[in-house]
Structures are given as C-alpha cells and as structure tokens.
Design a protein around this ligand. Sequence first.
Ligand code: FES
Length: 164
Amino acid sequence: MHQYIFDNYTKNDKSSLIPIMQEVQSVYGYLPEKVMKEVSGYVGLPLSRIYGVATFYNMFRLAPLGENIIKVCRGTACHVKNSANLLFAIENTLGIKAGETTKDRKFTIELVNCIGACSIAPVITVNDDYHGRITTKDIPSIIKKYSGKQKAAGIEKAEEAGTV
Ligand code: FES
C-alpha cells in the first residue's frame, strides 16, 4: 500500500527503519499502526522493536497532533517564573497531560526548553503566537481564543471550579 515509500529502500535492510519512519511521519504527521505493520514486514523487524524505536526518539509521534499546538516552555527563566503552574493549569483545563492530544483533536500540549523569549517569561506558544508574562488566570481566555465556537473540554468546568 505504501510501496512508493518503500521503493527508495532495500527490503529487509534494518538500517532503513528510521528513514522510512521519518517518511511515514512526513506523510501522516504521525506513525499510524496500520502503516507501521507494513514497515515491520518490509524491514524485517518485529512491530515491538519498531515501537521501541518510535518511543526512544522524541521526534516520532504515535498519535496525530491537535489542530492547535500549545508549547509550554520549561526552560530555566520560565521555570523560575512558575511555568510549572501554567502547565498544570493548561493540563487541568484541557483534561490531558503534556504530550497528549484532546479527544476532539483541538489541542496538543508539548513541553519545550527555552523558546528564545526569556525576557517575557513565563512563555507559552499556541501555534505561531507567543503569550508571555502570563499567569494561570490567563489560561482560560488563551485557550478559548483557539477553541473556535465550542469551549474546549474542561474549560467551563475548570472556570466553575476556580482551578484556573
Ligand atoms: S526559558 Fe522560557 S523562553 Fe527561555
């Protein structure tokens, strides 16, 4: 099914695994299980080994990304300005942990080390937008801005409970 990807590589050549995985991810944005089974057959490695590689390298994703990527900076300058609390508020609001995507696929949370905006720490980015010098109180409105018409999972609940 994905012969056009495999055509560039020799069958049963285990050293092709990572380049093939990179190509699959560039096509799908992540590594779908169905395609990984094909890769397993082509390179001659068990699926468990392929998932071992996929989880070892953080460049690989096992699930599709959300429409909006929230990056929470956990570098030193942001850390001393309580970025851990921002992360906690975002996780509570969306009902997911860092590295996960909401069920409606609207948001993915990622952790990053220094995004080059230390002067406005603590900083998060949503897609290409920087949000600096923010507190946990700013989180609901920032998330709402990217949620479209519907409230993201958990926003209403978090606002009512006063956890953000
Ligand atoms: S440490 Fe967060 S932007 Fe530099």
